[in-house]
Design a protein around this ligand. Structure first.
Ligand SMILES: *[C@@H]1O[C@H](CO)[C@@H](O)[C@H](O)[C@H]1NC(C)=O
Ligand SMILES: *[C@@H]1O[C@H](CO)[C@@H](O)[C@H](O)[C@H]1NC(C)=O
Length: 489
């Protein structure tokens, strides 16, 4: 209580001092305020311009706690019992600075209960100089400390003792943290925030305390365990028809999710799943003993019907975690123009092109060493090429990208054979092309054989009835003659 009065009196003195000096010099007088982050070192200033041949008696004391540190004129040191426990001295007053009139107190590894009002008293042989300093400790803490995505938690910024009129702001990973409640950012936000833990809240939380035109910071690291890959729901994964693709589902390292399940979701509905609707080329995570947190799945050969939404889910410490992933399938549609038979139009088709902002066609060739060379052709979704032209044999690749960068590509192969036979064959249906070609050939052969057999049978029949042939012949001759006569009339 007396300290309170004391500081009030000092404030008063200062006020008067300011009033006097302001008019003359514009100088300011303040009760020093020191803010320190819990665990760091705090320096409480105490400077005197008084010069004296003898060193003063120095007494640092804390309100309600008694003497912190004392130095007799003889050099004898004394530390308060609560400051010198277990062999580590947390308080120091560097002797080397005394000559310059600096009697500042250093407190290492400050704790919340170190916050309070300190008094430095210098006794220059009867003349006592007293300085008051307020030490405030800033500490960021989480409750509970170990979090799994989906749990409720609170993040608190404590200033001990609280500075009336101070304002507080949060930063997460060095960017201002705006609570997503729709409420405008309040500079005088509450000291504690309740949130639902998500992987995105992982990182360094910094509390910025502003007081009397100055800023202090304190930080703490929050780790939320959950699904780290992909980081967001409804992440799109792009794959070309016929290629292999991995659908990522990676949990935080060190945790072993139980009951992992992959499902394909019914289109249009995010909630209903279609059990057992996974394609045959779909293989869920391999149970790798080294990486039990990697539950990614893969498709060995993507078909156009594999496009859609998938869900990976598992249970971690009683929390059911899941992530929705959208597989977007790309393929090249080919159409032959009706005017020019040898020219084809290739169209880059995606099952969901909502993120795609750019299409580009490139022509890829390989030299004898297998070195790839890429030649840009044109922008746009479609491309017209001549199939029979020998210089177009190779790979036509459609690259598609969003505003953030490349998303994927899909390849159309024009091969030597297709040039000769006029048959198309593309990357994902090379085999189909060959099969169709062979089938056509077989059908043609069969037709020829059938015709030959028919002719053979007819001849055989006619030879069996030579008389009948004569009759047929005579009848037709007679009919012809009659018609001729008819025309003459
Ligand atoms: C193929 O590789 C050899 C040796 O690495 C090199 O000398 C030659 O120039 C390469 N040819 C082409 C077409 O790049
Ligand atoms: C197409 O995508 C594959 C896989 O991402 C990549 O390795 C390849 O270089 C891409 N092709 C072109 C021409 O960019």
């Amino acid at each position: 209580m007396w300290i309170h009065l004391n500081s009030k009196m000092i404030l008063m003195e200062c006020f008067i001092f300011v009033m006097i000096t302001f008019l003359m010099t514009g100088a300011r007088c303040e009760v020093p305020e020191v803010f320190a982050e819990a665990g760091s070192q705090a320096v409480l200033p105490c400077e005197s311009s008084r010069t004296s041949s003898a060193e003063p008696v120095i007494i640092w004391s804390k309100a309600n706690k008694g003497t912190v540190w004392r130095r007799q004129r003889s050099g004898l040191l004394y530390r308060g019992s609560s400051w010198s426990g277990k062999g580590t001295q947390r308080v120091h007053c560097p002797h080397t600075q005394f000559e310059g009139g600096d009697y500042s107190l250093q407190i290492n590894n400050v704790r919340e209960d170190d916050g309070g009002v300190y008094t430095c008293s210098l006794d220059f042989e009867g003349q006592v100089v007293t300085k008051v300093v307020t030490l405030r400790i800033i500490k960021v803490s989480f409750s509970p400390e170990a979090l799994v995505s989906g749990m409720d938690f609170s993040v608190t910024c404590n200033v001990t003792p609280w500075a009336h009129g101070a304002s507080m702001q949060w930063m997460l990973n060095n960017s201002p943290f705006v609570p997503q409640t729709g409420i405008p950012v309040d500079r005088y936000a509450s000291k504690s925030m309740r949130k639902k833990a998500t992987e995105q809240l992982t990182g360094i939380w910094t509390c910025v305390v502003a007081y009397k035109g100055k800023e202090w910071r304190a930080s703490a690291t929050l780790s939320v365990r959950g699904i780290i890959q992909p980081p967001n729901d409804n992440t799109k994964v792009y794959a070309a028809v016929g290629s292999a693709v991995t659908l990522p589902c990676v949990f935080s390292p060190g945790i072993t999710p139980s009951l992992p399940v992959w499902e394909k979701l019914q289109s249009g509905s995010l909630l209903k799943s279609v059990p057992g609707h996974l394609s045959p080329s779909f293989s869920p995570s391999s149970q790798s003993p080294e990486l039990p947190w990697d539950k990614s799945a893969s498709l060995k050969e993507v078909g156009f019907e594999d496009e859609g939404r998938y869900r990976c889910s598992a249970t971690v410490e009683g929390q059911k975690l899941s992530r929705n992933i959208q597989l977007v399938v790309a393929q090249i549609d080919r159409s032959v123009s009706s005017k020019k038979k040898d020219s084809v139009t290739l169209t880059c088709q995606l099952s969901d092109a909502s993120e795609v902002t750019d299409y580009e066609w490139v022509y890829v060739t390989y030299d004898i060493n297998g070195t790839q060379s890429v030649r840009p052709i044109q922008k746009g979704k479609t491309l017209s090429i001549s199939q029979v032209s020998e210089e177009n044999w190779g790979e036509w690749v459609c690259l598609f990208s969003s505003k953030d960068g490349m998303l994927g590509n899909v390849t159309y192969h024009v091969q030597l054979m297709s040039g000769l036979s006029g048959q198309k064959s593309s990357g994902f249906s090379q085999n189909t092309g060959v099969v169709v070609g062979l089938s056509c050939l077989l059908i043609v052969l069969l037709l020829i054989l059938a015709q030959m057999y028919k002719n053979h049978q007819r001849k055989k029949r006619i030879f069996q009835y030579p008389a009948l042939e004569t009759i047929v012949h005579t009848i037709s001759n007679e009919r012809e003659e009659r018609e001729r006569n008819h025309v003459k009339k």
